[in-house]
Design a protein around this ligand. Structure first.
Ligand SMILES: *Cc1c(COP(=O)(O)O)cnc(C)c1O
Length: 386
């Protein structure tokens, strides 16, 4: 059998390689501590689990979901937008439930790119932006992020010829992997360029609720007129510890929402209704579980950042996300430093270069492991490097 070139040419999925490394070490009896993958270690809050149990006992949830998703879920999303961002969205036409934000990100280029058309993707960036463009027959074009610019793309310096070829652009703030945040003026500028060059602006806001020190992440749709060119992705995964459930949503202009929905009806038939109803309980129920998560991660962030600084490494405490992004010590590449952490401290981190060539020179630590494991990881790093 022959495998299509677009699949052959995909880079191996980043975390598959990391999982393999961890499994190999563990099989050899080495107990490694993983600060690699970002996957909340706490369980889904009980009231959300209870809502699922109740919904799953109702046989009306057992059939195919409707194409547009449960009305109750779309309405809960609209209420979340009004409450959280002060933005009115029409639950009937401007919201689409997703099998996780990743699914929507993977499908949106199929809705908006013709083969051979270009999409701007951040470098470094969440790998799915690039691979989804490739799988859709599009051409990813790097949008460089650099530390000097606070890991925001310099949109003024994107050449006219690139804008002419581009049909969409991915952005993501709070950002994975750099933890950078953006204020509304950045989104205003992005909308300006999207409108001027007729480019769909796809904003991944998966970390909007994972913020610290009083920082509140805005929505792209707070920019007046943004929905004409914008689509925003959200996920319940990180906010409510629901990574395994596969539930997210996209909000944006009617045309792009309908186009994404059309792709989905031909691919996945939507999210299990009972899970959508549990999502209603998450969005509309008590939010103290989210505050609790933020407190847990902030405490871990401070412990990790303090320890890294004691070793003389330069690192800033992030204002959002589950990650600490750090420049590697002098004389290292992100790969060599990652290997050294694994060999000398038995700690796994992600080399920045895995997120794109401009991630070279950095590593990403994740905060989603139990406190005692994180403490042990920190202890090992200090022991190995002081
Ligand atoms: C975790 C993550 C996602 C995936 O969210 P799901 O809803 O679990 O698919 C999307 N974007 C970024 C940047 C992420 O880090």
């Amino acid at each position: 059998m022959r495998i299509a070139r677009r699949v052959q040419d995909l880079p191996p999925y980043l975390f598959a390689a990391i999982e393999r490394q961890i499994a190999e070490r563990r099989a050899a009896g080495v107990d490694v501590i993983s600060l690699g993958i970002g996957d909340p270690d706490h369980p889904t809050p009980p009231h959300i689990v209870a809502a699922l149990v109740e919904a799953v006992h109702d046989p009306s949830t057992h059939q195919y979901p409707t194409n547009r998703g449960e009305a109750a879920f779309r309405e809960a999303v609209a209420a979340f937008y009004a409450r959280r961002f002060g933005v009115d969205v029409d639950p009937a036409t401007e919201v689409v439930p997703l099998l996780g934000a990743k699914e929507g990100i993977a499908h949106v280029p199929r809705a908006c790119l013709n083969p051979g058309e270009a999409a701007l993707v951040p470098d470094p960036g969440y790998p799915v932006y690039r691979t989804s463009v490739i799988l859709s027959g599009g051409i990813p074009v790097d949008l460089p992020l650099s530390e000097e610019d606070g890991f925001l793309p310099d949109l003024d310096s994107v050449e006219g010829a690139v804008w002419d070829r581009a049909r969409m652009m991915f952005i993501n703030y709070p950002n994975n992997p750099t933890s950078a945040v953006a204020d509304l003026s950045f989104f205003e500028k992005a909308v300006y360029y999207a409108r001027r060059h007729e480019v769909l602006l796809a904003h991944d806001n998966a970390y909007s609720e994972i913020t610290y020190d009083g920082y509140r992440a805005p929505s792209l749709l707070e920019v007046p007129g943004a929905r004409e060119w914008g689509l925003e992705f959200h996920s319940l995964s990180k906010t409510y510890n629901m990574t395994g459930w596969r539930l997210g949503f996209a909000v944006g202009g009617e045309r792009v929402v309908a186009a994404l929905g059309k792709v989905k009806t031909n691919v996945d038939s939507g999210v299990f209704n009972a899970i959508q109803l549990a999502g209603v309980a998450a969005l509309e129920g008590p939010q103290d579980c989210v505050e609790h998560n933020r407190n847990v991660y902030r405490r871990r962030r401070d412990e990790l950042v303090n320890a890294l600084r004691l070793l003389g490494w330069k690192v800033e405490p992030p204002r959002a996300t589950l990650y600490v992004w750090m420049r590697v010590p002098e004389g290292h590449t992100s790969g060599s430093f990652t290997r050294e952490l694994l060999e000398r401290a038995r700690v796994v981190v992600v080399p920045g270069a895995a997120y794109g060539s401009r991630g070279e020179g950095y590593v990403r630590f994740s905060l989603t492991l139990p406190d005692d494991e994180l403490r042990e990881g920190v202890r090992r790093i200090r022991e190995a490097f002081s």
